[in-house]
Each structure stands twice: as structure tokens, then as C-alpha cells.
Write a protein that binds this ligand. Structure first.
Ligand code: ZN
Length: 371
């Protein structure tokens, strides 16, 4: 069945600010690299223009007061609203932030509808994955939680949703939204919360009430590389997929987990990242893939291009298209090759031991209780 890629030039009317690490331009770079490789017009792939969500769609998760605060900020009526997490710093009030949030969320919901209507099996919204936003609070560069809204759509359709988050930061906003809900299994691989924002995502966060054991966390030490990540991923994901039998997987594919990301200290390469995407493409009955973090724009574009290629079962040539070499290098891409050499992370033995102990804990305390 078909795949779909969401995109619009309208993203570039908005800007978090020059000194902010979240660069919306990385979306253009990703689109342009995919286009240069010729993988946006594959026979089974559909390129869909992103459309904004409606306010009533946003209100299915977010509070009315918070939505009003976002709209006021967006119109330039406030610069600070600490009660709702808005102000200079992580979650700046910038012109059009409400419209930006509607657009990135709308694309995710378009993708969710494509899947629930049976028109696509795999969808990628590179503008989504804003996993930190709370119901009444902006957090970690995220204003509206599009993964939560997509999962709510699937749950309302009677579907079982597995949320997988491989961003370097814990997928806290999504975890807390479904913490007591056994219809949604949340799984987050992330840099250990003792070393990185938002600080949550410990092994012992496993859900509560009816949702007990329906939250899975795999914290990883700084320096974790492809080898260590894959050791954990292949120990955790196949048994969880088999036990939970999701109808749909919503995947947050943040790439701040890559080597040389300026905000995090994991050391994955595009190789380890793409391997996870290939697994999901093959094993998930349906896949709604979302973007997320990633603060070296050149490397973000390389990784998400490879992800889109994997979702379509094609392999781009290692050599970058000539017209993209300059723009990618100017945006921080490391090297000119698309696939990295095997990279041995810092303190691999320690990272691996930590991963094995974490998996052992989950195998003993969490997996047997998932139905
Ligand atoms: Zn992140």
C-alpha cells in the first residue's frame, strides 16, 4: 500500500528566533535532499500539502486557557506567560506560533486520517513529533502535542496504538497523557534523564492504574552508539510488538540522538537510526512516523532522508547529489557520505552493561504483564 510524505512551503513563514536551536529550515533541507534523490515521486509515494489543524482538534487534548495563551502570544499581545511555560528561553513567544502549531499538528492529523481511512500504510510528517508539550503547558520547544492528538484519533477509532519515541529526550508529554491507559503502549529510548532534559524516563516509570506496565522506558548513557542502541532495540521491540499487537505504531523519530548533535550526548549514526526505521516499516501494521528533535540541520536532513527511503524500501546512493553538498555542509552536516562508518561510542562497555541491566529489569518486571 501507499506511503505519504507531508510538506508545505508555508512552514517557512515562522521562526523560533535566530539564537534558538530549533531551525524550521531543516524541514526544507530534508525535503530538498529527498527531492534531489528522486524519492518524493516514487510510484507508490504520495506528496501531500500540509494543512492546518482546527482549534477544536487541538482542544481534544489541550486546555482552553492554554490555547488562548498561545493565540495571544502568537498575535504579539504577550511575551511572557510562565504559568503556561511561555517566554524567552526554550519556548519563546514568536509571531505566528499558534499558526505554526496548527500547521505541524495538522500534517500529523492528515497522516493519521490517511492511515485510518486505509489510504496509506506508512506516513512521514517531518514537522511533527513535538512530544514534550503538556495539556496546559509548552515545554522543550513544543507547544502542541501532535503525537498525543494522533494517538487519540486512533484510540477513538478503536485501534491499539504503540507509541515509540527514539528522540534523545524522553517522550514525557506522550507518556503522561496515556500513563493510566492500557490501550496505548508508550515506549521511549532516550539519554538517561539524570544527564538530560526533561529528567524523566527512568526504568521505574511503568504506568499507573489500568495502565500499569503500559509505559516502557529505556534510558541510555551518554556515549551510546549504534551497537548498544541496537542491542537494546532488538531485545525490547520485537517482544513488545508481539505481546501488545498494535494496530498502528506512532513513531517519534527525533534525530538529536545522532553523533555531533549540539544538545545531546548520544552517539548514534544514520546507520543505527535507519535500522530502527526499517524494523518499524517491516513490522508495524501501519506506521505514522513523525519528526522531532535534531539540532544539526545538515545531519537531520541526511537522517530523515534515509528514513523516508527506508519507509519506501529504496536505498539512495552514498554519494550526495551535487546540488545538495554545499547546502548540507553549510548547515553542519558532518562528512559528505550519507552512511557513516561503524562508530564505536565513548565507554561502549559501560553503555552496553547499562543497557543489558535495563533490559533485564524490563524483562522481569514489565514485559510479562503486557497483554
Ligand atoms: Zn529531543
Amino acid at each position: 500500500m501507499r506511503t505519504a510524505f507531508l510538506y508545505t512551503e508555508n512552514y517557512f513563514a515562522y521562526d523560533y528566533g535566530q539564537s534558538h536551536p530549533m531551525k524550521i529550515e531543516r524541514l526544507r533541507l530534508t525535503h530538498d535532499l529527498c527531492k534531489a534523490y528522486g524519492i518524493l515521486d516514487l510510484p507508490e509515494a504520495e506528496l501531500i500539502e500540509s494543512k492546518p489543524a482546527t482549534e477544536s482538534e487541538i482542544l481534544r487534548f489541550h486546555g482552553a486557557d492554554y490555547v488562548d495563551a498561545l493565540k495571544k502570544g502568537s498575535r504579539g499581545e504577550t511575551e511572557w506567560d510562565f504559568a503556561h511555560g511561555l517566554g524567552p528561553g526554550d519556548n519563546p513567544v514568536f509571531p505566528g506560533l499558534w499558526e505554526w502549531s496548527l500547521l505541524s499538528t495538522g500534517a500529523t492529523l492528515q497522516g493519521a486520517h490517511r492511515i485510518s481511512e486505509g489510504k496509506a500504510r506508512v506516513v512521514f510528517n517531518i514537522a511533527g513529533g513535538l512530544h514534550h508539550a503538556g495539556a496546559n503547558r509548552a515545554s522543550g520547544f513544543c507547544y502542541v502535542n501532535d503525537p498525543v492528538l494522533a494517538i487519540l484519533h486512533f484510540v477513538e477509532q478503536g485501534k491499539r496504538a504503540l507509541y515509540l519515541d527514539i528522540d534523545a529526550h524522553h517522550g514525557d508529554g506522550v507518556q503522561w497523557a496515556f500513563y493510566d491507559d492500557p490501550r496505548v503502549l508508550t515506549v521511549s529510548f532516550h539519554q538517561d534523564g539524570r544527564t538530560l532534559f526533561p529528567g524523566t524516563g527512568g526504568l521505574a516509570e511503568t504506568g499507573k492504574g489500568d495502565g500499569t506496565c503500559y509505559a516502557v522506558n529505556v534510558p541510555m548513557l551518554p556515549g551510546t552508539d549504534d551497537h548498544v542502541f541496537w542491542n537494546g532495540f532488538e531485545s525490547v521491540m520485537p517482544p513488545l510488538m508481539e505481546a501488545f499487537r498494535p494496530d498502528v505504531v506512532v513513531a517519534q523519530l527525533g534525530v538529536d540522538s545522532l553523533l555531533e548533535d549540539p544538545l545531546a550526548a548520544l552517539e548514534l549514526t544514520t546507520h543505527g537510526f535507519t535500522r530502527a526505521v526499517s524494523f518499524l516499516t517491516e513490522e508495524a501494521p501501519a506506521l505514522l512516523a513523525l519528526g522531532g528533535g535534531g539540532y544539526n540541520p545538515g545531519n537531520v536532513a541526511r537522517a530523515w532522508t534515509l528514513a523516508w527511503a527506508a519507509m519506501n524500501g529504496v536505498e539512495p546512493a552514498d554519494e550526495l547529489p551535487d546540488e545538495m553538498k554545499g547546502p548540507l555542509a553549510a548547515q553542519g552536516a558532518t562528512g559528505t557520505r550519507l552512511r557513516d562508518e561503524e562508530h564505536a561510542g565513548t565507554n561502549r562497555d559501560t553503555c552496553l552493561e547499562y543497557m543489558r541491566r535495563s533490559v533485564g529489569y524490563l524483562e522481569e518486571h514489565v514485559f510479562p504483564k503486557i497483554l
